[in-house]
Ligand binder design. Structure first.
Ligand SMILES: [Zn+2]
Ligand SMILES: [Zn+2]
Length: 368
């Protein structure tokens, strides 16, 4: 957290949700970030709670290290990476680089790419070696569960078009991720595509798949309510593994071949096994989940069994944010039904518990 002076005309301190350790999140009064010549400071309008926030809160080794993994997070840090806001201070170098001015509404991409590592230099900044994601890296990428946030010079900042519906703006981050996953799947007109796991990202993937116009879009989830939404978004087949034999249904639809593409976002190891079963030989499997446990599967299925292309997806590089903004603005994608709850930042714990439970909410926003 930045100790320097707050920009003129703004309060000295602000409320922020600070990660102090696994299970140790505290609403604190901290200094408003200073705006250097390289910075943009925004008044945060809303910040979505992500599944990864819940995993971090619960001390996942993926974030905190252990179980053979290195530690990722650098705490103490203000959490939150799905946020947008209004520009309230901008340094000269930042104004020039980002083309933003006071009063603009903007959304930063969730990663602040280092710009110099081999991955950044070859265009894969979403998998930047340094990998500063907002809300996880002290000082370099403080997050958006706060009244104000500083966007460093290496941020990738998008301005909203005139008249953009700010009520859905916090969904741009998960939707960008969803679009990236679908682009990784390289969906073709003749494909039968399955999307498994209809959380906020999965329901975005589903909408992105529908826009690609494949032969069938199969939605798979354990909650009928979410399958109902998928149907409204254009899924041609909706399957609930608790009630239906997904493998038999997919076989029936594809003359026994299996689906061409399986995109997985459930975070549940069972979804992986299901994917390996329902995908056709030579099919494309896109994994976007973050799991809280290791997955055990029959690995021979990938080579000897089916010659499957296993494709990973992470974050949302290049045009994904711009596409998300465009589709939300022109109405070809919808988020109004996905943002189910808005809570004041003080009620962050209720919000986290709601997302953890997952049965009554889809996307929960905290409003600082
Ligand atoms: Zn997220
Ligand atoms: Zn990099």
């Amino acid at each position: 957290m930045n100790e320097a002076k707050a920009p003129a005309g703004m309060p000295e301190t602000m409320k922020a949700l600070v990660v102090r350790g696994p299970g140790d999140y505290r609403l604190e009064e901290i200094p408003v970030p200073a705006c250097g010549g390289d910075d943009v400071v925004i008044k945060v309008m809303a910040s979505g709670i992500c599944g990864s926030d819940i995993k971090c809160w619960h001390g996942s080794p993926y974030i905190w290290g252990g179980a053979g993994r290195g530690k990722y997070i650098q705490e103490p840090v203000v959490a939150g990476h799905e946020f947008f806001g209004k520009v309230v201070a901008v340094g000269p170098a930042a104004a020039k680089k980002h083309g933003v001015a006071l009063g603009d509404y903007v959304v930063p991409e969730q990663i602040v790419p280092c710009g110099v590592c081999r991955l950044c230099r070859t265009g894969a900044y979403n998998i930047c070696q340094q990998h500063d994601i907002f809300g996880f890296i002290k000082d370099r990428a403080e997050g958006g569960f706060a009244e104000y946030a500083r966007l460093p010079i290496k941020s990738r900042i998008h301005k909203f078009p005139e008249g953009f519906d700010l009520d859905v703006a916090a969904y741009i981050e998960p939707l960008g991720c969803a679009i990236h996953a679908v682009e990784r799947a390289n969906v073709q007109f003749a494909d039968v595509v399955a999307v498994a796991g209809l959380g906020p990202v999965g329901l975005g993937m589903l909408q992105a798949c529908v826009l690609k116009n494949p032969k069938e879009v199969i939605a798979i989830d354990l909650q009928d309510k979410r399958l109902g939404l998928a149907r409204e978004y254009g899924a041609t087949v909706c399957l609930n593994p608790a009630k239906q034999d997904v493998e038999a249904e997919v076989d029936r639809l594809t003359d026994g071949y299996g689906c061409d593409v399986y995109i997985h976002a459930s975070g549940n190891p069972k979804g992986v096994l299901q994917g390996l079963r329902v995908i056709r030989k030579g099919g494309r499997y896109v994994e976007y989940s973050v799991f809280s446990e290791d997955v055990t599967a029959d690995w021979s299925m990938i080579g000897d069994g089916k010659e499957i292309d296993i494709i990973g997806g992470h974050l949302s590089p290049w045009d994904c944010y711009a596409s998300a903004i465009r589709f939300l603005h022109d109405g070809r994608m919808n988020a109004a039904r996905l943002i189910t709850h808005r809570l004041p930042l003080d009620q962050w714990l209720d919000g986290f518990k709601m997302v953890e439970k997952g049965s009554e909410s889809i996307k929960v926003l905290l409003i600082p």
